[in-house]
Design a binder for this molecule. Sequence first.
Ligand code: G6P
Length: 482
Amino acid sequence: MNDVIRKGSADLVIVANRLPVDRVHDTDGTQGWRRSPGGLVSALEPVMRANDGAWIGWPGGTDVDLKPFVEDGLQLVPVSLSADEIEEFYEGFANGTLWPLYHDLVAKPEFHREWWESYVTVNRRFAERAASVAARNATVWVQDYQLQLVPQMLRELRPDLRIGFYLHIPFPPAELFQQLPWRRQILEGLLGADLIGFQLPGAAQNFIRLVRQRVGHKTHRDMVYLEDGRSVRAAAFPISIDTAGFEELARSEPVAQRAAEIREALGNPSKVFLGIDRLDYTKGIYPRLRAFSELIADGHLDVEDAVFVQVATPSRERVEQYRILRDDIDRLVGRINGDLGRIGPPVISYLHSSYPREEMAALYRAADIMVVTPYRDGMNLVAKEYVACRFDNLGSLVLSEFAGAAEELRQAWLVNPYDINGMKSALLEACAAEPKEISRRMKAMRKTVMDKDVAAWAASFLDELAAIRPSHGKTVRPARRT
Ligand code: G6P
């Protein structure tokens, strides 16, 4: 540890697979860091500043022994992964086993014992780092499926800590989770926490049921009672976005101008459809493009008048299933544009790239119909970002009923992504809806997203965690108002 981050000094420690910064290379060859655009860091930043917070995570790549550093006032503690660990822990167990298993087997999970061993090793490294950074009686908040063993490992090292865990992705029904050869270890790993947060109440119930059946602990409603007298609560805390930040961006003059430019470049069609996703097989990109293309082929939509913009952010590109998906989408887009196109802007503008928040806000403003059709998704923040950006109360949201967001955004046009005809009807309805109807729905959804932003989400989780272990541990100081 260098003197920037003293051992055992942080009263609030966030442990996540990734650090909230991206590496940037300057033209003169020097390396630096830039804050990554994620909502989690913007939500936690104020509370971290108020509590001498530290963030533990993997900086990406295979650097060895990066020292802790401070970036833009945030204390960052890198955990390094070897090339083998990236393959076995990150691409393997996290994204080749857990990710498909937790997303309802949309792809087939692979079970390999070496991947599991690497998962245990890397989780232990994160737990040890957290144990050395956390002050006495501090609060540690562990994030997501990559680190489910950390709570228990950390509790063994540091029983004084107050430990929270939050799962950003779905937690599967017992029938699916049961396939996992290491199901008991994962459940026990999570039970090291005092509070376990999920996106939806159904996920918390799946967890409680599994703990009762598989580990044999007593449970009552959302509580688990352990033999050592400790109790653990499992409950839903649906995550959100920086609503005000997105709205402010969307209202800005440069974004308005950029939105107009985008529509112009698309040939000023009367309807712009938009999809923005990580290029992931859970996101249902394939069926949505098929549904749209069939509407053009059937003559329900006119190719001169309707375009689909699909942004697919590159993701986990070395994992086999993601490569296959990329080829499938490339082929589908090529075929649609080849079969249905004419001279002029393509039927589907397909962008395999990531964009800064400003460009995303401009795309949201430019889109008449936002199409979010995952087969399964913990929440889906793109749906909420679209709503946040439509301060004009215009814009239709077509949303999969299998996205967590569908439990809150009830006024969207809800669809089943496995039902292509149903999706076609919903796309047409959303397209043909009267402005009054569109704005009635959008207003209701905007109220939901404004009332519950990501800062409220973080505060409610941390307050609940403090309430669960009141006599033990320091209280997390609320964010200082600026
Ligand atoms: C999902 C997960 C996150 C993950 C992100 C990006 O949102 O819930 O934990 O960080 O995808 O995936 P990556 O594998 O690039 O970190």
